[in-house]
Design a protein around this ligand. Structure first.
Ligand SMILES: [Zn+2]
Length: 254
């Protein structure tokens, strides 16, 4: 009996131990599998996410680059278009500037005769002036001081930077032409003309800006009046005058 109980206990013990092992082992394995599969899943998921992210980030920038490139191409087109537009715009601006040209008011009290009524103007006379009395040859102040000494003045003077100054109102008779005559034989040119001085000496020629602004000023005057002649001072007084010196008439359209 004691032997039977002992063997039963032993069997039970072995059974419990086996069961324990079975459970433990199975759980352990299960846990391991779960853990592994979990990790694997996580890794897979992560890697998928990462891959997706990588893919998406890799693709995104590429597509961005493509779209950027496309944008650049579009921009390029735009630039070309802009340039074209700018060209058109600048022509339009020039057209606008015919009536809205930037002119600095610098009216003087000498060198002209007040004209009552509306003066009939059909001639533009181009001159050039510089300061020959020492110091800055192109000093506007000094050039105007010389005009004052001589009691002369143009309607406009354009400095080296292309800034247009108005010295005399267009309707007033400025003393700029002196004894002279236009091709149709008329004398007293001051009476029917507008005088424009360019700041420049006998050798240097004129700046690009000066030619540009002179052209714009001529265009403006022509837009407002019936202009028959655009002449150099040397053309209306060839025996007395040589200005505008080294002036390139090809650079302006009369
Ligand atoms: Zn002159």
């Amino acid at each position: 009996m004691k032997k039977i109980l002992a063997s039963l206990f032993l069997v039970l013990l072995i059974g419990v131990i086996l069961f324990w092992f079975f459970l433990f082992g199975k759980n352990g394995r299960q846990w391991e599998i779960d853990q592994t599969s979990g990790l694997e899943k996580d890794e897979n998921t992560e890697s998928i996410i990462i891959d997706n992210e990588l893919d998406s980030t890799q693709i995104q920038p590429e597509s961005d680059q493509i779209s950027n490139a496309e944008e650049k191409i579009e921009d390029g087109d735009d630039l070309v278009k802009d340039e074209k537009e700018e060209v058109t715009e600048s022509t339009e601006i020039t057209k606008d500037e015919l009536n809205n040209l930037s002119i600095k008011n610098n009216l003087v009290s000498f060198g002209f005769q007040k004209f009552s009524g509306t003066r009939k103007i059909d001639t533009i006379v181009i001159h050039s002036s510089y300061n020959s009395l020492g110091g800055d040859q192109y000093s506007l102040e000094k050039i105007i001081a010389i005009y004052k000494d001589y009691g002369v003045a143009p309607h406009y003077i354009i400095d080296r930077a292309g800034v247009i100054y108005q010295l005399v109102k267009e309707n007033d008779i400025a003393y700029h032409a002196g004894v002279s005559s236009v091709p149709d034989g008329r004398t007293d040119v001051n009476k029917f003309s507008i005088g424009i001085e360019l700041v420049g000496n006998e050798t240097d020629g004129y700046t690009k800006k000066q030619y540009e602004k002179l052209q714009e000023l001529i265009n403006k005057i022509k837009n407002e009046r019936e202009i028959k002649y655009v002449l150099g001072h040397d053309e209306i007084a060839p025996e007395r005058k040589t200005d505008p010196w080294v002036f390139d008439w090809n650079k302006i359209s009369k």
